[in-house]
Design a protein around this ligand. Structure first.
Ligand code: NAD
Length: 490
């Protein structure tokens, strides 16, 4: 059986090239797991100073290797804009690790309170304890951020962690494994690389918590595997995130903001706007403005390092298949290729707007995860809200409007993991907001304090007071008890 684990500590040089076979060595996986589980050489409950030291090590890892990590991700994509990696992966990962260092002491502090009225003067306390060993499964689209983000939460909460990177980002995975071996001990943290077989074996290990980021389909497998061990899961999944443009909002402003959010990472973003709901009659204006925005952002596509590749041929074919299927079923595809370049040899797909779509088309069924943007129109806000609510609950929703009551309506009457009003994507960057989906787009939350809490055991403690009235409820239950219980049950 070929070995597909690349474990920290085993590779002397960070520039080691990737070689990712597709089989899993279960024995080696279990060995790494056991080392981490037994916390060899590590305190079972790291104190504030120990956690700060780990977070500081992670900050150093990021700062000292940002360029190498960006380069590795770009090699995995064929071309991933270095600037996008800096803006969308390194910067938010740094924000997360610095935010955790800044707030760690207050997060760790037990929260004291008074007991409920009938139990006074007793006191209560909520303590935060490490869970132990957290498993983190990472997708390919933002490999650095989606490994480091959950890791920050795991380390802040005092856990050890084992990370499984995606088979589609072998350079980033290899580099991270090697770096982790340099900055962390093998009893604190390990990174393994491999494909679905490794993922399957990984998810079957009895972690104390599993945080999976990836597709809804694989999320189901992960949850099933975790159920065997009663391992709690946080599932950060995907789905079709709508953008609704309100009737009062300038269409051209909405168009350029939506195009910006859609074209970053060539649309391969879990919270990228998937489709747009436009007020009836505004389609042409939207198309004109979207065309102009693409032309400004990416005057060239083919050799433009700012415009990211599709990750691999399979995904490029999947996206081309959506367009073919939509065309065959009556849709109109408006490709925006500002310089009219031939993209056939470069695994880049030009941004495309797709009109006259319906739910019978694959582009309206699957998460698109690429630079294709279907446009639908609505006659009333009721209709737009109804469309969203008749489809699986999305990870993100975008609403463009300055009319307070209609914003309130959309916020109240739709359900989504998170919402950004008058922009796209930005709710994910707020460390004081929880990030996570709902239903098929995910389960549980992390980021900032929410990640710390998710990956801590929140232990409830009741301190009985010296003076207390519980004796009044001791058996034998006589008249006094009956009088009291009548009072309680009033
Ligand atoms: P994926 O589900 O195919 O793979 C994710 C990870 O799971 C990979 O490491 C893969 O090797 C592993 N895996 C595959 N089969 C497995 C199995 N049976 N058991 C355990 N692990 C297994 O997802 P992807 O293609 O890498 O990423 C794209 C998807 O991720 C999109 O749906 C996107 O919306 C979603 N995503 C969500 C978020 C979020 O924060 N909610 C962020 C990024 C991506």
């Amino acid at each position: 059986m070929a070995l597909d684990l690349k474990v920290n500590g085993q590779r002397p040089a960070v520039e080691a090239g990737p070689a990712i076979p597709s089989e899993v060595d279960m024995a080696q996986l279990e060995r790494i797991f056991r080392t981490l589980k037994s916390a060899t050489g590590e305190p079972a409950v790291p104190d504030h100073a120990a956690r700060q030291a780990r977070l500081k090590a992670l900050e150093h890892l990021l700062l000292e290797n940002a360029a190498a990590l960006s380069e590795a991700v770009s090699r995995d994509f064929g071309n991933r804009s270095i600037h996008e990696t800096q803006l969308l992966e390194v910067f938010p990962a740094l924000q997360a690790v610095r935010g955790a260092q800044k707030h760690l002491r207050s997060w760790m502090k037990p929260r004291r309170g008074w007991a409920s009225m009938w139990f006074l003067p007793a006191r209560t306390q909520l303590r935060f304890q490490p869970l132990g060993l957290v498993g983190i499964i990472v997708p390919w689209n933002y490999p650095v951020l989606l490994a480091i983000g959950p890791l920050v939460a795991a380390l802040a909460a005092g856990n050890r962690a084992m990370i499984k990177m995606s088979e589609l980002t072998p350079h980033a995975g290899e580099l991270l494994a090697a770096l982790v071996g340099r900055y962390f001990s093998s009893g604190q943290l390990a990174v393994v690389n491999g494909g679905p077989a490794t993922g399957k074996a990984f998810a079957s290990l009895p972690f104390d918590h599993l945080l999976f980021t990836g597709s809804t389909a694989v999320g189901r497998h992960v949850m099933r595997a975790a159920a065997e061990n009663l391992t709690p899961v946080t599932l950060e999944l995907g789905g079709k995130s709508p953008a609704i443009v309100g009737t009062d909002f300038p269409i051209s402003v909405a168009a350029e903001r939506i195009i910006f959010g859609k074209c970053l990472n060539a649309g391969q973003t879990c919270i990228a706007p998937d489709y747009v709901l436009l007020p009836k009659g505004s389609e042409t204006q939207f198309i004109t403005a979207a065309r102009a925005a693409v032309g400004r952002f990416y005057p060239l596509l083919r050799d433009n390092p700012d415009y990211t590749n599709i990750i691999d041929d399979r995904h490029a074919q999947r996206l081309a298949g959506y367009l073919q299927d939509a065309r065959a079923k009556g849709a109109v595809v408006i490709e925006i290729n500002p310089a009219g370049e031939d993209l056939s040899a470069c695994r880049k797909i030009a941004p495309a707007l797709v009109t006259r779509v319906n739910d019978g088309m694959r582009i309206m069924q699957d998460e698109i995860f690429g630079p294709l943007l279907p446009l639908l129109s609505y006659e009333s806000l009721d209709e737009a809200i109804g469309y969203v609510n008749n489809h699986p609950r999305p990870l993100a929703l975008y609403y463009f409007s300055n009319a307070g009551p209609s914003v309130e309506r959309v916020l109240n009457e739709t359900t989504a993991g998170g919402v950004t009003v008058n922009e796209t994507l930005l709710h994910i960057s707020q460390e004081n907001l929880p990030f996570g989906g709902v239903g098929p787009s995910g389960m549980g939350h992390y980021h900032g304090r929410f990640g710390f809490e998710t990956l801590s055991k929140q232990k409830a403690v009741f301190y009985q007071s010296r003076l207390n009235g519980l004796k009044l409820f001791w058996p034998p239950f006589g008249k006094r008890f009956e009088g009291l219980i009548r009072l309680l049950l009033r």
